[in-house]
Design a protein around this ligand. Structure first.
Ligand SMILES: C[S@@+](CC[C@H](N)C(=O)[O-])C[C@H]1O[C@@H](n2cnc3c(N)ncnc32)[C@H](O)[C@@H]1O
Length: 219
């Protein structure tokens, strides 16, 4: 794949793949995500692994994977691939084209594989198909960043924070998507865990881009 850069950090081809993938990350926020991940992975004390919670079809994953590949690192992306509440039939973000005829359930795993193949990231991104709480039970190592973009119910968001924020190494980043301080702009759970992280005294806010927050682990 041609790796020609376009000033955004991604090759033109990878940018096209990310644009084509169904998903929920505006591209300006995705570029900020790429920059934050790259900064963590290029640090002198980087451990070479980042985690994403909430893959869907891999749109954000392309940006994280591109940053990882440049630093010879890996990204583990966790999703049960059955969709969140808002992706289910009858809900606003349901995509009938992503229903598996065998199970009759939403299944975004095949579309993710297509994204990773097209983006030439199969050696860099490890897809962990599991509920995030189950994946957290077997996790056991520090990482350079955790990006939380999973279920947006209060329980799901709190579980993601409880299960994963602890693994961010000192100096690494907790990245949270869909943080809306004004409830008129969107749901509260990602904002609630953002507040929890700040109030824990272990994270300080280092950047904000749209609804993306970059929190650096300080303690
Ligand atoms: C907002 S989408 C992720 C969007 C993606 N980051 C993008 O850039 O398009 C949320 C994802 O979280 C997943 N999810 C929701 N609850 C989950 C849970 N408890 N465990 C694992 N994945 C979950 C859903 O299946 C869905 O794919």
């Amino acid at each position: 794949m041609a790796q020609e850069k376009n000033g955004t950090g991604l090759s033109d081809e990878r940018l096209r793949v990310a644009r084509d993938a169904p998903g929920f990350m505006p591209l300006d926020e995705a570029h900020a995500l790429y920059a934050a991940a790259a900064a963590c992975l290029s640090a002198d004390d980087a451990v070479g692994v980042g985690v994403e919670i909430g893959t869907y079809c891999g749109k954000s994953t392309v940006f994280l994977g591109a940053a990882a590949q440049e630093h010879d690192a890996l990204v583990v992306t966790v999703d049960h691939h059955r969709g969140s509440e808002e992706h289910q039939p009858g809900w606003e973000y349901h995509d009938a084209g992503l229903v598996d005829p065998h199970s009759g359930l939403l299944d975004t795993a095949a579309r993710l594989r297509r994204t990773l193949f097209d983006a030439d990231l199969e050696q860099t991104v490890l897809a962990l198909v599991a509920p995030s709480t189950a994946a957290a039970r077997v996790w056991g190592r520090e990482v350079d960043f955790v990006f939380i973009d999973g279920g947006h119910s209060l329980e799901a968001a709190q579980n993601d924070y409880d299960g994963w924020a602890r693994w961010v190494r000192r100096g690494g980043a907790l990245l949270i998507h869909d943080v809306f301080p004004d409830p008129a702009d969107g749901g509260r759970p990602p904002y609630e865990i953002y507040r929890r992280a700040l109030e824990s005294g272990r994270f300080t806010e280092s950047a904000a881009h749209g609804s993306l927050r970059v929190l650096t682990r300080s303690g």
